[in-house]
Ligand binder design. Structure first.
Ligand code: GLN
Length: 203
C-alpha cells in the first residue's frame, strides 16, 4: 500500500470519474474529486477519466484548471483512460484537437467504425495474470508512439495500454471491468514515485 503522503485525485469535471473512485475504493484507496485549481494543488497523483475530451477541454478552460493541469501532468503520476488519454496525447487526429502533449503518442479519436463503436474484448497483455477484459467505448486508437513509451496491452496489434515515466494510459475503460490489475499497477507507480521523491529529498 502507498504511504500516508499519497492523495489520489480524480478529475471530476465530466465523464465517468465516479467509477474510478469506486475501483480504487475496492483496493482500499480513498480518492478525492478534483474540480478546481485548489483541489489539484492538494493531490499527489491524478486520474483523468473517460468521457468526451472536447467537452472536458472546454470545461477545463472555463475553470482555469487547464494551465495547472498542463504543469501537473509533466511532474506527477497520472492515470488516463480513453478521453483522458486523448487529452494527454502529443498529437490528436480525427479531428485534430489541442492537448496537453505529455504522452508521446498520436491518437485517432473514435477510430473504431460505427459497427464497432463499443466492444468488450479480451486483450493480450504483459501484465502478470493473462489476458485482460477491456471495455472500449467510442475509443481512440494509438497510431504511433515514441521510443520512451512502453506498450503493456494490445488490441489487433495496436497498443491499448501504455506507460511513459509516471503516466499510465489506456484507450479503454479498466474502471468498468472487474479486473483491478491496472488500478493496482497505478498505485505501485505512485508508490515508486513517492519513494524516489523522498530519496531525492534526502540526498
Ligand atoms: N470519443 C471520446 C472522445 O473523443 C472518448 C470516449 C471515451 O472516453 N469513452 O473524447
Amino acid at each position: 500500500m502507498t504511504g500516508k503522503a499519497t492523495t489520489i485525485g480524480v478529475l471530476a469535471v465530466q465523464g465517468d470519474y465516479e467509477a474510478h473512485s469506486a475501483a480504487f475504493a475496492e483496493l482500499g484507496m480513498a480518492t478525492c474529486p478534483v474540480k478546481t485549481v485548489e483541489d489539484l494543488a492538494g493531490v499527489t497523483a491524478l486520474v483523468m477519466p473517460g468521457g468526451e475530451s472536447t467537452a472536458m477541454l472546454r470545461l477545463l478552460k472555463r475553470s482555469g484548471l487547464d494551465a495547472s493541469l498542463r504543469e501537473f501532468v509533466r511532474k506527477q503520476p497520472v492515470f488516463a483512460t480513453c478521453a483522458g488519454c486523448i487529452l494527454l496525447a502529443r498529437q490528436v487526429l480525427h479531428p485534430e484537437q489541442e492537448s496537453f502533449a505529455a504522452l508521446d503518442v498520436t491518437v485517432e479519436r473514435n477510430a473504431y467504425g460505427r459497427q464497432n463503436e463499443s466492444a468488450i474484448c479480451m486483450v493480450e497483455t504483459t501484465l502478470p495474470g493473462g489476458d485482460l477484459e477491456a471495455v472500449f467505448i467510442r475509443a481512440p486508437r494509438i497510431q504511433q508512439m515514441g521510443p520512451s513509451v512502453e506498450a503493456l496491452a494490445w488490441r489487433d496489434g495496436f497498443p491499448v495500454l501504455v506507460r511513459q515515466g509516471g503516466i499510465l494510459a489506456a484507450t479503454f475503460h479498466p474502471e468498468l471491468a472487474s479486473d483491478r490489475r491496472i488500478h493496482q499497477l497505478f498505485l505501485q507507480m505512485v508508490e515508486t514515485n513517492l519513494q524516489q521523491n523522498t530519496s531525492n529529498f534526502r540526498a
